[in-house]
Design a protein around this ligand. Sequence first.
Ligand code: SAM
Length: 292
Amino acid sequence: MNNSLLTSSAHDREFAFTTKDFEQVRQMIYEHAGISLNPSKQDMVYSRLARRLRATGINNFKSYLALLESNDEAEWQAFVNALTTNLTSFFREPHHFPLLAEHVLKQKGKHPISLWCSASSTGEEPYSMAMTVVDAFGSFTPPVTIVATDLDTNVLAKAEAGVYPLERVEKLSGDLVKRFFLRGAGAQSGFVRVRPELRAMITFRQVNLLSDDWHIRGPLDAIFCRNVMIYFDKATQLKILEKFAPLLQPDGLLFAGHSESFHNAGHVFSLRGKTVYELAKSKAHAPHRAPK
Ligand SMILES: C[S@@+](CC[C@H](N)C(=O)[O-])C[C@H]1O[C@@H](n2cnc3c(N)ncnc32)[C@H](O)[C@@H]1O
């Protein structure tokens, strides 16, 4: 192996991880999940996948990658889970939530309101959406359903459980925590659980944004797709945006992450406010097409 290709920490590694192995991982995760791993991420990828080698008892990357190539389904999911980045928090990018409240109230009485959180991670985002609509309607049973999806099955399981360490809610107001969370006692002390009424508003399931068929039923009033498009290249982003558009109501909204901008998709979405998009005029007036 060419030593010039090794980073300083590479010499201390438990398993040899060549640039060729890294390139193969990059290709596999790009094809499966659309995630474009930056070439600078070799060390990060090594440490995340080294855990999979230890867990499977495989002692080299060549054999581990061969296992994936043999289409071992369970290991494929573990591989994907290991490579996703799941950073999130309650009411992250808070300026979106008053806009969501205003938007759902505008739809009141017109039709059942339907929201999709398309990269929900451990659940803080869809639960923040649920708290927002409960407050907007002044009811724990608002006429709103939320579908929350992610590719990573580990984070989906955490989201479904709705149990969080207290630190995750410490930046929220005491009043909000009191109204929407139950404090754990005994073995659960140090944890909070979201109220069952919030949990009941949300359906969690696995969706790979790269796949052809999402099985998401429109029309939707809003799609949250925040801080996931940054992992995709522009061509993948565009493909996803073109599939979002026919799922939305004519006045539906798309919420994006703080560093995501979709200038290249002007034919489907126009910027309406800070990282909030609406359908481009031509799409908004087109009759709603049933999603696949
Ligand atoms: C950084 S988190 C963002 C979470 C949340 N939306 C937020 O803004 O706080 C990105 C999430 O996107 C998910 N993800 C990555 N690739 C995906 C794909 N192809 N389809 C669906 N979800 C994906 C990851 O599993 C991860 O949970």
